[in-house]
Design a protein around this ligand. Structure first.
Ligand code: ADP
Ligand code: G6P
Length: 472
């Protein structure tokens, strides 16, 4: 088995199998923030990505992608049901997102979580050369750092949580809270999106494990575990370059024409997830039409909502509700050839996403809670001419970095309507000032800066850092 000096361990591989128009099976980049963040980085270093390929049964053997080895971890149908759909996405995901949906607790799911985490830890141990850096990602794999340290004490182990880490009063609900904290503490460095998350974690460690902890360091079993905030970002240069490509510019103009050349195009791009505030947004929009503030002929909403975690009950309920509401709004306010909402559930390639971003005057990003939200950053990066307005929930991690956005509380329907109208009626000079400031921020705080700061903190020798962050 070939071994690497950098191993990324994430539940999902950066590619997904899907069916091409001609019926053949093809692999393409999976939607979701984690993959969007790490994919551009790893093209620059000989690394291995340990992850699940999305199906059940024996792991397919995959070719390298952009020089990165794909090390697939097999999951059975039972593992998918109890680990991925169960403990990860029906227990931890809702709990970590302010319990906006009720977290579900089942002892069988915890068994599966332990079993699958062990399998990932063993795969990572096999793929790592002596002294390698292993970077474990996200809430599906919180036990991996601890298990991996037992198997391979020679490794430098990092853990990064892409989602929020909840306040103690929520986390305390978890029946196996101590084990989850201990699992994460197997890492040398635990990264969060926000300083508040690191603070929550330190408080919990002190309270649940009775271990001295502050917001930067935890002393445990004769080791020091460091914690801190490392807000994840995007490949700003790549998105800006895509948005400037003549074919993408032409495509954006074409899309706008196909929409009937309205005065305003509002765009939303989400995974179909109850954390994203899709229903609140639709309600605000339909009330604005009903109140007469928005005219369907002048303004259109394009809602892209790619289906996600489709076998989890709360996701099925959400999709049904969103589709019923889109149907109701179009039925009530649309005309022949002029729907109020253009609703798309397809995955798009990066160029098409860039064209959508370039086409839209307003990007509406209204999550009820979000670790970061990379879509908001992608929109800003694509606005190379400093036009456009970003409507952004104050509950997205990215709001802390983009204060020039039109910030909203998505629970406040009237506030949401007013802020959307402010964005629609804003003075172009004001919009340019805001967009320029946000773009300046993202040009400094891009995905490479994120990796640099995290890996510099993790890898004291610095050798890995040079390889990962020097564009190849
Ligand atoms: P999350 O991580 O919760 O999915 P983010 O906004 O952080 O939310 O990241 C979503 C990522 O998925 C972005 O990089 C976005 O471009 C991508 N994405 C969203 N919708 C689609 C789609 N329909 N097709 C392809 N990629 C998508
Ligand atoms: C979020 C999570 C990722 C996850 C992605 C897509 O970004 O933080 O870990 O990969 O959503 O979700 P999925 O369930 O399709 O992997």
């Amino acid at each position: 088995m070939r071994q690497s000096s950098l191993v990324v361990v994430a539940n999902r591989l950066p590619i997904d199998d899907s069916v091409a128009p001609d019926g053949a099976c093809e692999w393409r980049r999976s939607p979701g923030g984690l993959v969007s963040a790490l994919h551009p980085l790893l093209r620059q270093t000989p690394a291995t990505w340990v992850g699940w390929a999305g199906g059940t049964g024996p792991a397919p053997s995959l070719a390298d992608v952009d020089g990165v080895r794909m090390h697939t971890v097999p999951l059975t149908a039972e593992d998918v049901r109890d680990h991925y759909e169960g403990f990860a996405n029906a227990t931890l995901w809702p709990l970590y997102h302010d319990a906006v949906e009720q977290p579900v607790y089942h002892r069988r799911w915890w068994e599966a979580y332990q079993r699958v985490n062990r399998r990932f830890a063993e795969a990572a141990a096999d793929a790592a050369e002596p002294g390698a850096v292993v970077w474990v990602q996200d809430y599906h794999l919180q036990l991996v750092p601890g298990l991996l340290r037992e198997l391979r004490p020679d490794l430098r182990i990092g853990f990064f949580l892409h989602v929020p880490f909840p306040p103690p009063e929520l986390f305390m609900q978890l029946p196996r809270r101590a084990e989850l904290l201990r699992g994460m503490l197997g890492a040398d460095l635990i990264g969060f999106q926000r300083a508040q998350a690191a603070h929550n974690f330190a408080q919990l460690v002190a309270h649940v494990l009775d271990v001295p902890a502050d917001d930067r360091r935890i002393a445990l079993d004769g080791r020091e575990v460091r914690i801190g905030a490392f807000p994840v970002s995007i490949d700003t240069t790549e998105m800006a370059a895509l948005a400037t490509r003549p074919d993408v510019v032409a495509r954006a103009a074409r899309l706008r024409r196909d929409l009937g050349d309205p005065t305003h195009v509002i765009l939303s791009v989400d995974r179909m997830d109850y954390t994203k505030g899709i229903e609140q947004r639709l309600k605000a929009y339909s009330e604005l039409i009903a109140d007469g503030h928005v005219k369907v002929r002048d303004t259109v909403l394009v809602q892209v909502a790619v289906p996600s975690r489709e076998r989890v009950a709360q996701y099925q309920v959400l999709r049904d509700r969103v589709e019923r509401e889109v149907g109701r709004i179009n039925g009530e306010f649309g005309r022949v050839g002029e729907p109020a909402i253009h609703y798309l559930t397809q995955p798009f390639d990066r160029a098409e996403l860039a064209a959508l971003y370039r086409m839209a005057d307003i990007m509406a990003v209204t999550p009820l809670r979000d670790g970061m939200n990379l879509v908001a950053k992608e929109y800003v990066a694509a606005r190379v001419d400093d036009t456009g307005a970003l409507l952004l929930s104050e509950f997205a991690g990215s709001a802390a970095e983009l204060p020039e956005a039109f910030l909203v509380n998505p629970h406040d329907l009237d506030g949401l309507k007013l802020t959307l109208m402010d964005a629609l009626q804003a003075d172009p000079a004001d919009l340019t000032g805001r967009m320029r400031a946000m773009r300046a921020h993202l040009s400094r705080h891009d995905i490479h800066a994120w990796a640099r700061s995290y890996l510099a903190a993790l890898d004291s020798s610095g050798s890995l850092l040079t390889r990962v962050t020097t564009p190849g």
